[in-house]
Design a binder for this molecule. Structure first.
Ligand code: HEC
Ligand code: HEC
Ligand code: HEC
Ligand code: HEC
Ligand code: HEC
Length: 370
């Protein structure tokens, strides 16, 4: 009885709050998912929480006009500054009813049905679940179906692939109709392996405390800033020995270019060891530099790709080293990246941000030559 009473109080206070539901409202019944989400870049997407985003925004010409047009993707549900601090919220995704395709950038269409959340579950594709109590054993056993706080709509097809991610992730053109960044659509459409299966893999822990489930979809959103290691398995490194040289092969199994944001710099470092003597071989750099009239420039001024050596979607890139390998030699191969190109840190006033100077390892491997 006591627990039923506290549940009713809980439900009442939750419904009393405004339409803008912050993550705290969900934490009560989805603590694991919400805690993961709080560490994610989605949660930290606002200018208040993301120093890189703020640094770029501070230089953007739209700032002087007070037109924060980044809101569409970085703080989509916010109508006040306090709400903007929340960044992307649970509702920014779970209330997307459709994604409209547009040239400049796609657009999320949000449902107007109050407290109805879309989700995906195999075998329930046609169900809309409303909260109810069911009795069994002549009323001796009472169990509940659904959620006391919200309805669940399992019928939205876009949640069964990564298509619901594409309102924000597909592409973004600047005012010169130049695509500043793009993520290939192919990775969203695939039903077996898509944005969700790779970036939100099923991991142990219950999805809600109301009913126990063995697993839930990881809501930390593995990526460049968070849980990078979770994605290592989609990147493999190998070598081929030839007569007077050798090749390292980077196999990118992601259906999109290895890094999408033009600020990133990917590097391959190889250390060769023979008889205890370590030699750093030439570092290879992979970037997509955008700019204007042949020179790198800010995203809003860019009209062309100046240089694109980024590892492409599903590409096996072969990198040659002019060194003859001998039996017993060792190779330490490291593939990693800088979130912000070290060359532009100062320009953005980010030179004192220690964490942005760190090199993050995507994959590393040691080989002993046979
Ligand atoms: C009073 C408890 C409660 C609160 C508060 C709550 N939920 Fe839920 N939620 C549940 C329960 C219980 C289920 C599982 C229903 C089922 O298994 O049929 C659920 C299921 C879900 C699902 C679908 C899961 C699936 O099976 O695919 C989503 C999405 C969801 N909740 C999102 C949210 C969001 C977002 C919030 C905050 C705005 C929230 N919930 C707040 C209890 C709650
Ligand atoms: C169409 C949706 C969309 C709009 C509009 C948008 N962004 Fe983004 N932004 C994204 C997505 C998606 C990412 C993450 C993708 C990635 O990392 O490649 C991102 C990432 C970024 C990052 C990298 C952040 C980091 O922590 O590494 C910066 C900086 C950024 N955006 C700046 C801006 C600015 C400034 C504006 C407004 C002038 C803006 N964005 C508008 C979708 C958008
Ligand atoms: C086969 C697994 C796989 C699939 C499918 C996949 N990704 Fe990725 N994704 C990766 C890997 C690997 C990386 C690079 C490692 C990293 O950034 O931590 C990555 C990186 C990213 C990044 C960070 C890039 C940056 O520059 O900051 C974003 C954003 C992203 N993916 C979004 C998506 C979206 C959206 C989809 C669906 C269209 C998708 N991914 C599909 C594996 C995948
Ligand atoms: C960036 C988009 C996005 C955001 C933000 C987001 N979710 Fe989800 N969530 C999804 C997707 C997609 C799924 C379906 C995953 C799948 O295929 O099972 C999902 C699944 C769920 C489920 C079902 C769990 C499971 O394992 O099937 C619950 C519950 C849930 N989300 C709650 C939340 C809560 C609570 C928040 C905020 C703290 C939140 N979500 C934020 C995209 C999002
Ligand atoms: C409402 C817009 C929106 C939606 C919907 C959305 N994202 Fe994002 N996503 C962003 C923005 C904006 C960023 C960049 C945040 C930042 O760094 O400031 C981002 C960043 C990311 C990152 C990079 C995280 C990191 O650590 O670098 C990944 C991975 C990602 N999103 C995956 C997804 C997946 C998978 C989906 C679909 C389930 C999805 N997103 C749906 C807007 C969105």
């Amino acid at each position: 009885m006591k627990s039923l009473f506290s549940l009713l109080v809980l439900v009442f206070t939750l419904f009393a709050s405004s339409e803008f539901a912050d993550t705290a409202s969900c934490k009560k019944c989805h603590p694991t998912i919400t805690t993961e989400f709080e560490s994610s870049m989605h949660k930290h997407a606002s200018i208040y929480e993301d120093k890189i985003h703020k640094a770029i925004w501070d230089k953007h010409p739209a700032k002087a006009k007070g037109n924060y047009k980044c809101a569409k993707c970085h703080t989509p549900n916010a109508t006040t500054q306090e709400q903007a601090r929340e960044g992307i919220t649970c509702l920014s995704c779970h209330t997307i009813s459709n994604v409209e395709k547009h040239a400049q950038s796609n657009k999320n269409v949000y449902t107007t049905k109050p407290k109805t959340f879309f989700s995906a579950e195999q075998g329930r594709e046609t169900e809309v679940v409303k909260y109810k109590t069911v009795s069994s054993w002549f009323g001796m056993n009472k169990t509940t179906v659904g959620s006391a706080y919200h309805d669940i709509d399992y019928t939205n097809e876009q949640f069964y692939t990564g298509e619901m991610c594409m309102g924000c992730h597909s592409h973004k053109q600047n005012s010169h109709k130049f695509a500043v960044c793009e993520t290939a659509d192919a990775g969203a459409k695939n039903t077996k392996q898509n944005c969700i299966t790779c970036h939100m893999p099923k991991i142990d822990g219950t999805a809600t405390t109301v009913r126990q489930s063995a697993q839930h979809a990881y809501h930390g959103f593995a990526g460049a800033h968070v849980s990078t290691k979770m994605l290592s398995k989609y990147l493999t490194l190998s070598y081929i020995k030839e007569a007077d040289k050798f090749n390292i092969i980077i196999d990118n199994q992601a259906p999109h270019d290895l890094m999408s944001h033009p600020l990133r710099v990917v590097q391959l470092c190889v250390i060769h060891t023979r008889n205890g003597i370590h030699t750093n071989l030439k570092t290879h750099t992979f970037v997509r530099v955008i700019g204007h009239e042949g020179k790198p420039d800010m995203p809003w001024l860019a009209t062309e790709v100046i240089k694109n050596t980024m590892i492409k979607a599903k590409e096996k890139r072969l990198i040659s080293f002019d060194k003859e390998l001998k039996s017993g030699d060792q190779l330490e191969v490291v593939l990693g990246f800088y979130v912000v190109n070290p060359k532009v840190l100062k320009k953005l006033g980010l030179e004192n941000e220690k964490s942005l100077k760190e090199f993050t390892v995507l994959q590393n491997k040691n080989f002993t030559i046979k």
